[in-house]
Design a protein around this ligand. Structure first.
Ligand SMILES: CSC[C@H]1O[C@H](OP(=O)(O)O)[C@H](O)[C@@H]1O
Length: 364
């Protein structure tokens, strides 16, 4: 995507360098700065601190992290240790394990002296595939938007509600749910996006507004708790969200608050779609509520809020009395029964085992 007319990806490797450069998302929207990750420790820190975030991007960053680990020490022991440390950086998005397993399997039989090059080549492939996958997925999803626009006689913009940030900075490029929005917008379909602020990290307020504003997509920021009211009053035509892990039965784990939005959508007959690449599907589990580990993040993400002061410095201020205890589950699980469908790079699937196997028969 372009930032001030310059095309960017959220992560990139410069030539054959044994390092990668990422956009530091902790500074957005106030400052656009990049950060070079030189080794596996840098990659782990960037994932943990959410310098890089978003399931697909976490996966690609993990892949490069493992390659950097092997550049420093290609031994079996270090491969295993780096895999474990990276995989533990954030427990919920399955894309991290998915990418690490692909790199590990690509180098396991390779002589140690050639492992780093093989790992970087694999990470580069995952980097390129993410872009292609999201572009294809966006086209599938945009057909849903066009159907709504046509059904309304092309009389008004299509009102889309989204949660968290699922744009190009949550992936290598394009995005998942926001990738659908960009494709529809760029195809000439008028859209308007209700942007959930997405407490407590405010990915919607800070990142999605920044992305949509940069791309010229009309949008309105709302408090998370306003979505149900807007649906009751017919102001939402469709909900599009991302995912961090989807089970083989179609349960979708996503940013905290998604489940509540899905309940409101069901109560108001608003279509509710998850947009995610197949790398986000965990075929090993069925019951998302019982089997997905929900990351518990620091309580100060709830008790404090980050923003920019008048002189442009980024500050973090406390919202609560000192010592207030806060719980901070970062994700929740929306049962498949509440989903209208799953938008993938292979098309739109019903959120059920049979529906998913219709698109992914090799997984039967
Ligand atoms: C395109 S996947 C984005 C997905 O990841 C986000 O989580 P986080 O910001 O904590 O990395 C959120 O769940 C989004 O839906």
């Amino acid at each position: 995507m372009k930032v001030d007319g310059v095309a960017y990806r959220s992560i990139w490797r410069e030539g054959e360098a044994a390092s990668v450069v990422v956009v530091d998302q902790t500074l957005l929207p106030h400052r656009f700065e990049t950060l070079r990750l030189e080794n596996v420790a840098d990659a782990i820190d960037a994932i943990k601190r959410m310098v890089v975030r978003g399931a697909p991007l976490i996966g690609v960053t993990g892949a490069y992290g493992l390659a950097m680990a092997l550049h420093d020490d290609p031994s079996d022991d270090n491969l295993a240790a780096a895999f474990a440390a990276l995989n533990a950086a954030r427990p919920t998005a399955v894309n991290l394990r998915w990418a690490l397993e692909i790199v590990r399997d690509a180098v396991a039989a390779v002589p140690p002296g050639a492992r780093a090059a093989a790992a970087f080549a694999t990470a580069d492939r995952l980097h390129a595939e993410d872009i292609a996958t999201n572009g294809t997925m966006a086209a599938h999803g945009a057909r849903l938007i066009r159907e709504i626009w046509e059904a309304n006689g092309r009389s008004r913009p299509v009102n889309i509600l989204t949660h968290c940030n699922t744009g190009w900075i949550a992936c290598v490029d394009w995005g998942t749910a926001l990738g659908v929005v960009y494709h529809a917008h760029d195809s000439g379909i008028p859209v308007h996006v209700w942007v959930d602020e997405t407490r407590p990290r405010n990915q919607g307020a800070s990142l999605t507004t920044w992305e949509l504003g940069s791309h010229g997509v009309p949008h309105t920021l709302i408090a998370d708790n306003a979505g149900g009211h807007l649906m009751q009053h017919g102001a939402v035509d469709i909900c599009l969200v991302g995912a961090d892990r989807v089970t083989a039965h179609g349960d979708a784990c996503n940013k905290i608050g998604t489940y509540l939005k899905a309940l409101a959508a069901r109560d108001n007959n608003v279509p509710f779609y998850v947009v995610m690449p197949s790398s986000t599907i965990d075929w090993r589990i069925g019951d998302g509520v019982k089997e997905i580990e929900i990351e518990e993040r620091a309580s100060d993400e709830v008790t404090h809020i980050a923003g920019v002061a008048g002189d442009g410095t980024i500050v973090k201020v406390r919202l609560t009395p000192k010592g207030t205890r806060a719980a901070n589950p970062a994700f929740d699980v929306t049962p498949a029964r509440l989903l209208t469908g799953l938008v993938t790079e292979r098309g739109v699937a019903k959120a059920s085992r049979d529906g998913m196997l219709a698109l992914f028969p090799e997984r039967a």
